[in-house]
Design a protein around this ligand. Structure first.
Ligand SMILES: Nc1ncnc2c1ncn2[C@@H]1O[C@H](COP(=O)(O)OP(=O)(O)OP(=O)(O)O)[C@@H](O)[C@H]1O
Ligand SMILES: [Mg+2]
Length: 500
């Protein structure tokens, strides 16, 4: 026995998500949360609990080895080791020697009340580059704790994943795997890919509530976001009063959203158009959405031009807009787009819906004939594809954004009035910042009034026409006129044919 003092650690995670992370025993568990949400503390406590949970060997020794990983050495010593030591190696608590040489290692050695002995190592390593994985060579580990996961290269996580479960040797590890904590990364980060798209088996990704919630007022290019404390935030009882709300002072919206709001943030120099209105955590479905058969209509929004886009949705009787699919193409006219992308998708994903069960809406400029085509894109959809397609009443950008905002900002019986299928990845990235006002090349923060034309703008335009259509903001008269013209053209042709 190495230690005569008795310690009792009283710890209760302050929040459901913290609790799931603390008690989870999947192969890999990651937690994403705002600043100060208790992530590092709960990670330390979980490592410690699991060290004590390791089954004893024949001599009654519970042996394990954990590797605590941080991206850089200064962060490792200044934060990770410090946070660990605050709990388990300080003037009040001595559970074994802490060797500060390389690599810094806490050699835990103490007895439990049941008479067994805990002999464990927590090795602290900085792994900032993929090749720093060499430092892991020869280390036989039970588990890894990745502190601030978003700073780590994916190659490092992969290497760690292949190196746990190798210790102890004389009894099998009672558990082995990886745990990790992080602030919200960008939407183009590997973490986002795994957590939101790939869902690897055995990996659990947990997301804490944000510390603040934003509401937006004002016109799109001059929006003001007002932040208020989120009463569901975790760990607030252990933080100073007004911890989150006081931090918003002097901070940029992006910073607040990611660090305090716990929303995925994309790095962009422009200003996201739906900033503050879009909330990735509440507007995206958990699974790929399927059509509701009882709603016997599909709505399609079209953006025309050489980079066409089509968004498929359904309007529920209660007024909720469900966005089901996004179809996007480049260097394609409307006919090729329909033949190669839209029609095959409709047949495959919506087999019970006939073309007469669908209604489409498009840019009003889509009624103009283009190039040497005899017909306009909206005319082609109506005449050749028998898809009832209306031009919307206006294509003024402000009105189009407002139309989407109305869905995003409304709730119906406590449920969001807008739901985006998880499979609509481009639309989602656009909402998360890719669809933006371009930053003007002048001093100060000034932005263009128009949306930047980029890969996100075409599907977003199509979504705007879809939501305008869903709200009945349609130029009905155009279609009546078009159909009347086509009929009279047909009868002229019929007359001239019969005249022969
Ligand atoms: N269960 C708890 N009981 C008491 N205090 C706690 C508890 N959990 C966390 N704290 C305290 O709350 C504060 C924030 O905790 P912690 O550092 O773990 O958060 P974090 O999410 O890792 O923050 P950051 O994002 O800054 O890394 C710390 O002062 C910590 O001591
Ligand atoms: Mg931390």
């Amino acid at each position: 026995m190495s230690n005569q003092t008795t310690y009792e650690f009283l710890y209760a995670p302050q929040g459901d998500v913290l609790d799931q992370y603390y008690t989870g025993r999947d192969r890999v568990t990651m937690i994403m949360g705002p600043l100060g949400s208790g992530k590092t503390t709960v990670s330390c406590m979980r490592v410690f609990d699991q060290i004590c949970e390791q089954a004893p060997d024949a001599h009654g020794s519970r042996k394990s080895r954990w590797i605590a990983v941080r991206n850089t050495y200064p962060d490792l010593t200044g934060t990770t080791i410090k946070d660990w030591s605050d709990l388990y190696h300080n003037e009040h608590t001595q559970l074994g020697k802490f060797n500060k040489d390389f690599p810094p290692t806490h050699h835990l050695d103490f007895d439990l009340e049941d008479g067994t002995r805990v002999i464990a190592e927590v090795v602290f390593l900085a792994l900032d580059r993929p090749d720093s994985v060499r430092k892991l060579r020869g280390l036989q580990a039970t588990g890894f704790w990745l502190n601030e996961v978003k700073e780590l290269d994916k190659a490092i996580v992969d290497m760690c994943d292949g190196r746990h479960g190798r210790y102890p040797k004389d009894v099998p590890p009672s558990w082995h795997g990886i745990i990790g904590d992080t602030n919200a990364p960008d939407t183009d980060h590997w973490y986002y890919e795994l957590a939101e798209k790939e869902h690897p088996e055995g990996w659990t990704f947990l997301r804490q509530p944000g510390g603040v919630i934003g509401t937006v007022t004002g016109p799109p290019s001059k929006r003001v976001t007002t932040w208020k404390p989120n009463l569901n935030a975790e760990n607030i009882n252990n933080l100073p009063d007004g911890y989150y709300i006081k931090q918003i002072q002097g901070k940029k919206g992006d910073w607040i959203r990611v660090n305090l709001g716990n929303e995925y943030g994309s790095v962009s120099t422009g200003k996201p158009i739906y900033q503050g209105v879009w909330n990735d955590a509440v507007h995206v479905s958990e699974h790929k959405l399927l059509p509701i058969p009882s709603v016997n209509k599909l709505l399609l929004g079209f953006d025309f031009g050489r980079t066409p886009a089509c968004i498929v949705g359904q309007l529920m009787p209660n007024g909720k807009l469900r966005v089901l699919r996004e179809l996007i193409a480049t260097s394609m006219g409307i006919r090729s787009f329909m033949d190669m992308s839209v029609i095959p998708c409709l047949k495959k994903d919506f087999p019970t819906f006939d073309i007469k069960d669908m209604e489409a809406y498009g840019d009003p400029s889509g009624v103009a004939k283009s190039g040497n085509d005899e017909n306009s894109p909206i005319g082609i959809l109506n005449d050749e594809y028998k898809l009832t397609t209306y031009p919307t009443a206006t294509n003024i950008p402000l009105r189009r954004w407002e139309s989407v905002n109305e869905f995003l900002m409304s709730t119906i019986d406590g449920v969001q009035a807008f739901e985006l299928s998880k499979c609509c990845e481009v639309i989602r990235k656009g909402f998360n910042g890719g669809y933006q006002f371009r930053r003007l090349n002048v001093s100060g923060e000034k932005y263009a009034e128009a949306a930047d034309k980029n890969k996100f703008s075409h599907p977003h335009d199509a979504l705007q026409y879809l939501s305008q259509g869903a709200q009945g903001e349609i130029n009905y008269a155009w279609l009546d006129q078009h159909l009347a013209n086509s009929e009279s053209n047909q009868s002229v042709i019929a007359d001239s044919v019969s005249g022969y």
